[in-house]
Design a protein. Structure first.
Lengths: 304, 317
């Protein structure tokens, strides 16, 4: 039982860190420009497809990831320059609609290029087996994801809290007008942030590709989770995104693993097997509603 | 500014539209295209659903991203009632409205504590909750949804006849539109629209802003439930897709496409979107790209939607 719990906790950690890669970019877009970008999940999908294509062409997973990050960053910058720029001053409704349209376009474009069937993206051979950690076996590829995710999270944290560019980004997120008045080119900064966020999406897409299916629509389900994360954490807050991601990753994974068993000890087996999965799947939404109920601005509000 | 403007001409246009629609079944019969009558019912049902969302978004200024929850709740309610033997429309449909309204009361009371982006997200989260709850409950069909063996029973009318069903849907939509037109000009309508324009001022004037918004949200939810109850009768299946967030997005698209805050905006948007889909499918299997580009064009160049192009809607965003 303890071993199972540790394993599930590691899975939750791994999922949470990948969520963080998406949420980090999303929360900055949200925070700085007050812009709802539903198409963030499409960049994640694009990243996964780019990675699959580049890995197949080059034979190297590492090259695949690098190409995917670069290509997706370019794609993100392009989308920002051509379309999203025009939407910053518009209502949230207009933003939701325009980026919803982008989802349709991206999904269909992927179908045109790669077809409707999921494409294959395999983990590198060196990471195909399990590895022994402290007495039990854990898939080495998942461990790799945890390590990479933690490294990137640490790097991001240093970048945002310790560097000059990071300072501009934080200033932009908490008060855009004032930052502009102080002479920072927030528009340019934002294009850069957006491209960077897109690259992180691609990284998440490429890393998760071998675990989940690389298919049309993969962006939407994870997008909603990323939104849950940043709303829990507080829009525009990097720390909030990290805490929110880990919270959502752990609660979701552990809930799915433990809740049915817990219910079985209280209720009859029949009711528990019916109710368990249902409750587990809505657990994070309950968490989000609870956070918003008691702290309507999220756990770490960015705007002072 | 920004109130529902209802000119005499527009009313005449609506009446003319109504008569044209009433003649539709005969016209289709004449052209030997009877199959399309069911599609026409579907159009009107989505028009009703979009209108209900337009009440919440355009009228009350609450950008709800979880309207599918109420739409789906109405559909599931009718299907579940039918499973347990309640097949009377006079009983099942009002119950569906009631259940959806109750759900809207619950979700609205919690969500309206937040505003802006947070409101959009929390309504989305609640709708997802309902979606996952229904999908994981095997008693309600899970992923497969719940089939409705036969349409609800209405004394004196055979709803299983597509033409009769179409007229019932048309009558309901017309009544709802008339009621909303009246509502827009009532005291409640004026207050809720003023709240949309300037919430702080209305609060300072002593209006119970929260209650007004909640009532508006609940009416919208109830009407969406009615649309859901009709839709399950049209398709014969309460599918989890009705509760999916893409459904909320689609309804929102209809509202913005037609015209936010225009009484007929929802109708125009639903007709335009569904007919556009039907036409684009004929042209290319990749019609979604065309649809996406069309939406982008509307957002960028026609922010008041199609109704706005003809000067029917609110005058500014």
């Amino acid at each position: 039982m303890t071993q199972l719990l540790i394993e599930q906790a590691l899975n939750g950690l791994q999922f949470g860190l990948m969520l963080f890669l998406l949420a980090a970019g999303l929360t900055l877009v949200f925070g700085i420009m007050d812009m709802i970008n539903l198409a963030h999940g499409s960049l994640y999908m694009a990243g996964a497809y780019f990675a699959a294509a580049a890995t197949q062409a080059s034979g190297s997973f590492l090259v695949g990831i690098a190409v995917a990050m670069l290509a997706t960053a370019l794609l993100g910058a392009l989308v920002e320059l051509v379309l999203l720029r025009r939407l910053y001053a518009r209502s949230h409704l207009a933003q939701v609609l325009a980026t919803f349209a982008l989802i349709l376009i991206f999904n269909e474009a992927v179908r045109v290029i790669w077809g409707a069937q999921p494409v294959l993206l395999n983990a590198p051979d060196e990471f195909s087996g399990p590895v022994n950690i402290g007495g039990f076996f854990y898939p080495s590829y998942r461990l790799l994801i945890i390590v990479v995710g933690a490294l990137v999270a640490a790097l991001l944290y240093v970048l945002v809290t310790r560097t000059r560019v990071g300072m501009w980004v934080r200033a932009g997120a908490s008060n855009r007008e004032m930052t502009e008045a102080l002479g920072i080119n927030v528009r340019l900064l934002f294009t850069a942030v957006f491209a960077f966020g897109a690259a992180l999406c691609a990284l998440a897409g490429a890393l998760l590709g071998p675990l989940l299916a690389v298919e049309v629509g993969m962006g939407e389900s994870i997008l909603i989770l990323a939104f849950v994360v940043i709303v829990i954490g507080g829009i525009g807050s990097m720390r909030g995104a990290l805490v929110g991601s880990l919270l959502v990753g752990l609660v979701d994974t552990l809930g799915r693993a433990a809740l049915p068993a817990l219910l079985r000890s209280v209720l009859s087996a029949d009711v528990a097997s019916n109710l368990g999965p249902a409750l587990a799947s809505i657990l994070i939404y309950v968490l989000m509603a609870a956070v918003l109920f008691w702290r309507p601005e999220g756990l770490f509000p960015a705007r002072g | 500014m920004g109130l529902y403007e209802s000119s005499r001409e527009r009313r005449w246009a609506a009446v003319a539209m109504l008569f044209a629609l009433a003649a539709l079944p005969w016209l289709l019969q004449l052209l030997d295209q009877g199959f399309y009558i069911s599609f026409a019912s579907r159009l009107l049902i989505f028009a009703l659903a979009a209108t209900s969302l337009n009440l919440v978004i355009g009228f009350g200024g609450m950008v709800s991203f979880g309207h599918a929850a109420f739409f789906g709740a109405g559909a599931y309610c009718v299907a579940i009632l039918a499973e347990s033997g309640v097949v009377s429309a006079a009983l099942a449909w009002p119950l569906a409205v009631g259940v959806s309204a109750l759900l809207a009361l619950l979700i609205g009371a919690l969500s309206l504590r937040t505003r802006g982006v947070y409101f959009i997200m929390i309504t989305l989260a609640f709708a997802q909750m309902v979606y996952y709850l229904v999908v994981s409950l095997k008693a309600w069909g899970g992923d497969d949804g719940l089939a409705l063996a036969r349409r609800s029973l209405l004394p004196g009318l055979d709803l299983s006849n597509d033409t009769s069903f179409f007229f019932v849907v048309l009558a309901i939509l017309a009544l709802v539109l008339i009621a909303l037109d009246r509502l827009a000009h009532s005291r409640f309508g004026r207050v809720i629209q003023s709240i949309r324009e300037n919430e702080t001022r209305m609060e300072a004037l002593g209006y119970p802003v929260f209650s007004y918004k909640l009532v508006c949200f609940v009416i919208g939810g109830g009407l969406a439930g009615l649309a859901g109850a009709l839709l399950v009768n049209q398709t014969g299946l309460a599918s989890p897709n009705l509760l999916h967030w893409l459904q909320s997005g689609t309804l929102m698209v209809m509202v913005v496409l037609g015209g936010v805050g225009s009484v007929y905006g929802g109708v125009v948007g639903a007709l335009f979107l569904l007919l556009g889909e039907e036409l684009l499918v004929e042209i290319t299997p990749h019609w979604q790209i065309g649809l996406g580009l069309l939406l982008l064009a509307v957002v960028l160049w026609a922010p008041l939607g199609i109704a706005g192009l003809f000067g029917w809607g609110r005058r500014r965003e």
